[in-house]
Design a protein around this ligand. Structure first.
Ligand code: NAP
Length: 249
């Protein structure tokens, strides 16, 4: 049986990931919504459209990642697009304000376990999922990997005193800098293949991640990820972009 292009979006049960999934489905792709919780994944897939399906995927759980890759191989035989969207800014802290969370992440005070927890999802989780999905992406005629990063991971911007969004935060912004470094390393390794790898920034978007403080909508936040998931042969490899164009590393 011939399938339309297949996309996997991690952390797609809500927020920017769900919006990316909806838009890729609208572009005619079969979209697999990665979700830690199968029930919430199934509900999101229903919302994302008829071509959408949920897949249980915790990016910190090797067994879950392996099972998802095996299911995709058995069902579709390949993967055309991987959007590494799942991310956290801190451990669950339902009663803490956004300001409290930022303050608790100061490099002088952030508990190492907290830093490790964020890196586990935002960096090691991305690498683990990418390694598991690469054999499937190599089967595709034009594999695409989009890492959902953040401008706060830009060392150039973080070191600029005139930048109002500079952060003094140990877990989150360094995790996105590391993700950017991984993006470049992987793009370098894959440059002679048909696969292209890029990082994107959604902008400060109202989601659970920031207790809905961001001014942007999920529709705006999804623009760059969808664009770089769908680039053609002439598209970039190893870049960092928002919807307005290239960002500095
Ligand atoms: P969100 O609404 O909190 O969504 C995050 C998603 O990641 C959820 O589906 C969550 O699942 C999932 N997730 C968390 N840990 C996971 C794990 N171990 N395995 C699999 N999935 C996991 O946040 P968002 O704003 O849409 O964030 C999406 C991406 O955009 C993140 O990478 C974030 O860093 C990036 N970003 C966001 C902003 C912004 O302003 N919002 C700005 C720049 C970059 P659960 O529901 O199970 O927790």
């Amino acid at each position: 049986m011939k399938h339309s292009n297949i996309a996997l979006v991690t952390g797609a049960n809500k927020g920017i990931g769900l919006q990316i999934a909806k838009e890729l489905a609208n572009h005619g792709l079969t979209v697999l919504l990665g979700a830690r919780d199968p029930g919430r994944g199934a509900a999101a897939a229903k919302e994302a459209g008829r071509s959408a399906r949920a897949v249980q995927l915790d990016v910190t759980d090797t067994g879950s990642i392996t099972a998802a890759a095996e299911w995709i191989r058995g069902t579709f035989g390949r993967l055309d697009v991987l959007v590494n969207n799942a991310g956290i800014s801190h451990s669950p802290a339902p009663d803490a304000s956004f300001e409290d969370v930022i303050a608790a992440g100061r490099p002088s005070a952030a508990p190492l376990d907290e830093v490790r927890t964020v890196f586990e999802v935002n960096v090691f989780g991305v690498l683990a999922v990418t390694q598991a999905m690469l054999p499937l992406l190599r089967e595709a005629p034009a594999g695409r990997i989009v890492n959902v990063s953040s401008e706060v991971g830009s060392l150039t911007r973080q070191a600029d005193p005139s930048n109002p969004y500079r952060m003094a935060n140990a877990p989150y912004s360094p995790s996105k800098s590391a993700l950017n470094a991984l993006t470049v390393a992987l793009a370098n390794e894959l440059e002679s293949t048909r696969i292209k790898v890029n990082a994107v920034c959604p902008g400060f978007t109202a989601t659970d991640l920031n207790k809905f403080r961001g001014p942007r909508t999920v529709e705006q936040g999804a623009v760059a990820a969808v664009r770089y998931a769908l680039i053609g042969e002439d598209g970039p490899n190893g870049g960092f972009f928002n919807e307005d164009g290239p960002l500095p590393w």
